[in-house]
Ligand binder design. Structure first.
Ligand SMILES: [Zn+2]
Length: 140
């Protein structure tokens, strides 16, 4: 069985105050547990206070509504998530499963960093191209 302390850490990192509270049938605590069981940790920013990120696939979701089902939202927005594919609760993961998910998580991290570097490079190249074009046209 997966270490319950890790599951508790998931819950601790999920805010008790920023998720939908208008639903009568669910308390903040229930919502937090629901989010954590769906693999989410709360990763707010100044402009996006309700962003939650999947601990495993790094998918970020925001704009949560009281009727949202975190697990269904996770599945529909990140079909490649290995945690969702396992169909197990975080607290039921074996240590081996957790380490396999960690391996996949690192692939997502490397992929994300690579995509960000490519985007940054392409933006810099675009700006440089404009400078070269202006120079060629004698504008500078
Ligand atoms: Zn995920």
């Amino acid at each position: 069985m997966f270490c319950p302390l890790v599951f508790k850490a998931f819950i601790r990192t999920t805010s008790l105050t920023l998720f939908p509270t208008t639903c009568k049938d669910i308390t903040n605590r229930d919502w937090t547990v629901h989010m954590a069981r769906a693999g989410f940790v709360h990763t707010p920013s100044e402009n996006s206070p309700d962003v939650a990120t999947c601990f495993f696939c790094l998918k970020e979701l925001e704009g949560w509504e009281p009727e949202d089902d975190p697990e269904k939202e996770h599945k529909s927005h990140s079909s490649s998530c290995h945690f969702i594919a396992l169909k197990k609760k975080v607290e039921d993961l074996t240590t081996e499963e957790f380490f396999k998910l960690q391996k996949e998580r690192h692939k997502f991290i490397i992929n994300k960093a690579g995509n960000e570097a490519i985007a940054k490079f392409e933006e810099a190249a675009k700006l440089r191209r404009v400078e070269i074009f202006k120079t060629a046209m004698g504008e500078e």
